[in-house]
Design a binder for this molecule. Structure first.
Ligand code: GRF
Length: 196
């Protein structure tokens, strides 16, 4: 059985969408893959609470590694790699994991590390994507699933979803509209990664 490890920092709604899709679509039987673990760098991440409350997903291990307890980014990433590699993952999925990763980490998972970013890349890398799209007068916004490379929010595009920017949009309203699409394209992109 192939393994997926998901990294989160907060709400974990994309993680939940992937876990639910894996269950409902029987990825174990159809694709020979299962979500083995969800790891957070924040102990209070709501996504962890949600996952632990779902008896249907009790086989998925949860783990916390607090970045604040490490002296350097390198030390944290080395420790995180150890925690991840316990599961020997075929794919590591960043789902709202709010850490910039070191080149060593990215190189270690080359070709098996993906992220979702809430913009139509290559536009609006980095933070505050929704406000920046509104401020720029964009008529469309969206989200991108991409391979992770050493350069932030670059790497091969695997999937995109487009939503309209509507009159009177706030960053929050636009973010919510984009997020509903993230929950569709991210599970689909993960499944596509394992399709023969
Ligand atoms: C999403 O908008 C994702 O694109 C971005 O961070 C947010 C995470 O949301 N990278 P959630 O934790 O999956 O609910």
């Amino acid at each position: 059985m192939k393994k997926i490890v998901i990294l989160i920092s907060g709400a974990g709604s994309n993680m939940a969408a992937i876990v639910q899709a894996a269950h409902q679509q029987r990825w174990d039987q159809r694709l020979g893959v299962q979500v083995a673990a969800v790891i957070s760098n924040k102990p209070g991440a709501a996504g962890l609470d949600w996952l632990r409350s779902q008896s249907a997903y009790s086989a998925i291990q949860t783990d916390v590694l607090e970045h604040a307890q490490f002296e350097s980014r390198e030390a944290f990433d080395q420790a995180l790699m150890k925690r991840i590699d316990v599961h020997a993952p075929d794919l590591v999925v960043l789902a709202g994991f709010m850490r910039i990763l070191t080149p060593g980490f990215v190189a270690h998972y080359a070709g098996r590390l993906i992220n979702i970013h809430p913009s139509l890349l290559p536009a609006f890398t980095g933070l505050n994507t929704h406000q920046r799209a509104i401020d720029a007068g964009c008529q469309f916004a969206g989200a991108t699933v991409h391979q992770v490379t050493a350069e932030l929010d670059h790497g091969q595009i695997l999937a995109q979803a487009v939503v309209p920017v509507l009159p009177g949009d706030t960053a929050d309203k636009l973010a919510a509209r984009v997020l509903t699409q993230e929950h569709l394209i991210y599970p689909a992109a993960v499944a596509a990664f394992f399709k023969p």
